[in-house]
Design a protein around this ligand. Structure first.
Ligand SMILES: [Zn+2]
Length: 312
C-alpha cells in the first residue's frame, strides 16, 4: 500500500512531494550548481506572505531566479529540495514587491491560510510553501546566537545557522502540538475558543512540553482545559502547521468520565456531541448552527474519523 493512502497525506500543507536531498546540503559546490540550473525555481516570501503569480486561471508560487531578482534583494535563501530533479528554493525579499492582500499586475500577495482555504493552490505547492514559510520564518527569528548573543549566519543550504563567535550550531525547530478528540461511547468532546468563527467547535489542542510523551500531553491538556480524565490515546495522523512552525499530532482518546470543568481562560465553551450530531456538523446541517473547522484542518478529519466509526 502506498504511503499516499495515509490520512496525513490528505491534510492541508502535508502533500510535499519534494525530495529534500538532505545529504547534499553541506556540499556547497552542488548547491551552487543547483542554484545556477536553468530549471531552478524559487518561492518568494515578503514578511510571512508568499508571492504568487497568475498564469492563465491558476496561481503559481514559483519564480525563476532572474524573475525573482526583479523584485529586489533577498535577505534569506534556503534550498527546499528537488522536484523530479529540478531544484527548488525559497527566498525572503528584503522589501515587499506588492501590497499585501492586493495584487499588482499578475502578482498576488495572499497569506498562506487564505491560499489554502480558498483552494487557490494545489496540494504540492501548499506543502512546499508551508516548508518554505516555516524554514524562512525560523531564519528571521534566529539571527542571533541563543548561546552567546553574537550574530549567526546561514549554512547547509539554509538548514543550519552557525555562530562564528562560540561555534554553536542551531537547527530549524518544529514545535509539536497534540490535537485530540476525546470519545466516550457514542459521544465526543468539542470546544470553542473565543477567537473561533461564530458557531465553530473544534478539538482541544496544546503544546507538548519538555519531558512529556504525546500521550501524556493529550491526557494533561484535556484534564486542564475540560476537567475530563483520559485513558487510552491513539495516534491517527499528523499535519505540518506553518503558523509559524508547529506539527499537529492528531489523536483519538478515551474519556473516562463526562463531567466538564471548563477552563474559561482558554475556552468559551465545551460540549459533548453525539455521533449523528457530528455528522450533521461536518455536513453543515446541524440544528444548532454548530460548524466544524474546514477540511484543511486536521480537527475536521479527527471528527470525520469518529463519524466513520472510530471508538474505544
Ligand atoms: Zn554563539
Amino acid at each position: 500500500m502506498s504511503h499516499r493512502t495515509e490520512l496525513s497525506a490528505r491534510l492541508g500543507y502535508a502533500s510535499n512531494g519534494l525530495d529534500r536531498a538532505a545529504n547534499h546540503r553541506d556540499d556547497g559546490e552542488r548547491m551552487a550548481q543547483w542554484r545556477a540550473d536553468p530549471l531552478a525555481r524559487t518561492v518568494l516570501l515578503q514578511g510571512d506572505i508568499p508571492l504568487t503569480r497568475r498564469i492563465d486561471n491558476a496561481l503559481s508560487p514559483w519564480f525563476a531566479f532572474a524573475e525573482a531578482a526583479e523584485h529586489g534583494a533577498a535577505t534569506e535563501e534556503a534550498f527546499l529540495g528537488l522536484d523530479e530533479g529540478r531544484p527548488r528554493f525559497a527566498m525572503q525579499l528584503a522589501h515587499p514587491a506588492v501590497d499585501s492582500d492586493q495584487g499588482q499586475g499578475d502578482l498576488v500577495a495572499l497569506d498562506l491560510r487564505s491560499l489554502a482555504v480558498q483552494g487557490l493552490l494545489g496540494p504540492a505547492d501548499l506543502g512546499a510553501l508551508a516548508q518554505a514559510k516555516s524554514l524562512i520564518g525560523w531564519h528571521l527569528r534566529h539571527r542571533f546566537c541563543a548561546n552567546c548573543g553574537a550574530p549567526t549566519s546561514s549554512a547547509a543550504g539554509g538548514w543550519r545557522r552557525e555562530c562564528e563567535a562560540c561555534k554553536a550550531q542551531h537547527f530549524p525547530r518544529t514545535d509539536p502540538v497534540v490535537i485530540m478528540l476525546a470519545i466516550r461511547g457514542d459521544r465526543c468532546l468539542l470546544a470553542r475558543q473565543p477567537r473561533f468563527p461564530p458557531g465553530t467547535y473544534s478539538c482541544l489542542a496544546g503544546f507538548v512540553e519538555p519531558g512529556e510523551t504525546f500521550e501524556d500531553a493529550v491526557r494533561r491538556e484535556i484534564f486542564e482545559e475540560a476537567g475530563v480524565r483520559v485513558g487510552r490515546v491513539r495516534y491517527l495522523a499528523s499535519q505540518p502547521w506553518p503558523f509559524p512552525s508547529s506539527l499537529m499530532i492528531g489523536c483519538l482518546c478515551e474519556a473516562l468520565d463526562e463531567d466538564l470543568t471548563i477552563d474559561r481562560q482558554e475556552l468559551e465553551d465545551a460540549r459533548w456531541f453525539r455521533r449523528d450530531e457530528v455528522a450533521q456538523i461536518l455536513a453543515g446541517t446541524h440544528d444548532g448552527g454548530v460548524r466544524s473547522p474546514p477540511p484543511i484542518a486536521i480537527a475536521h478529519w479527527l471528527e470525520r474519523a469518529f463519524v466513520e466509526g472510530e471508538s474505544f
